[in-house]
Design a protein around this ligand. Sequence first.
Ligand code: AR6
Length: 214
Amino acid sequence: VSLEEVPVWTAKSLVDRGVHLCVQGDSVKATKFKRNEALDKKISLFSGDITKLEIDGIVNAANKTLLGGGGVDGAIHRTAGPLLRSECAELRGCETGEAKITGGYGLPAKYVIHTVGPIAMGEVGEEERSRLRDCYRHSLQKATDTKLRTVAFPCISTGIYGYPPEQAVHVALETVRKYLDEHHEKLDRVIFCVFLPTDKELYLKNLPLYFPSG
Ligand code: AR6
């Protein structure tokens, strides 16, 4: 599917156009989790720009000020426009691992969940791992508390904040899997939004370990 063909992706068009990933578990020998049939049709891998998703909520990999920055944060603020910055300014920042929610303004998504990933700079210890887990868990909690049904995550901390992507992918997938095991009835779709081809490969390789099906 050519990304340019479809300017904005809804949760439904992801599925209709085959971007929805139905992970085939039978080709995978060692899975980390057993199949949970309730999750088979709820996970997507979307390769592209998160600001194009017309869904309930997109997660922003922000910084503690919540006032914008580079990377995905910059893209989200550019598309959302200055009203997003004004609402963010009222929130008075956010701690690492926490999550706060705002409107989506000029974005096709209704809400933005801002979370602040750990600064890793290549060095990852238990502290960084646990803060990254917190980002995913608290973002999902914020989404379900606000009754959002569809939510997309970028690869938090793996850009400017330097968390090694090949380690972050396991934290992302495991944390989402565990949350959905307990709360799957509250969400219709969780989308992992990858921007770099190398991240796409990492997710394609590891998704079946956490979301086996078939
Ligand atoms: N859509 C989806 N993913 C994107 C997009 C996009 N439009 N643009 C970049 N990515 P980063 P961090 C990917 O650096 O590491 C900001 O200045 C990118 O390829 O955006 O958590 C904040 O204000 C990478 O895979 O976030 C903070 O100061 C992923 O998003 C700091 O950067 C995350 O990279 C946060 O750093």
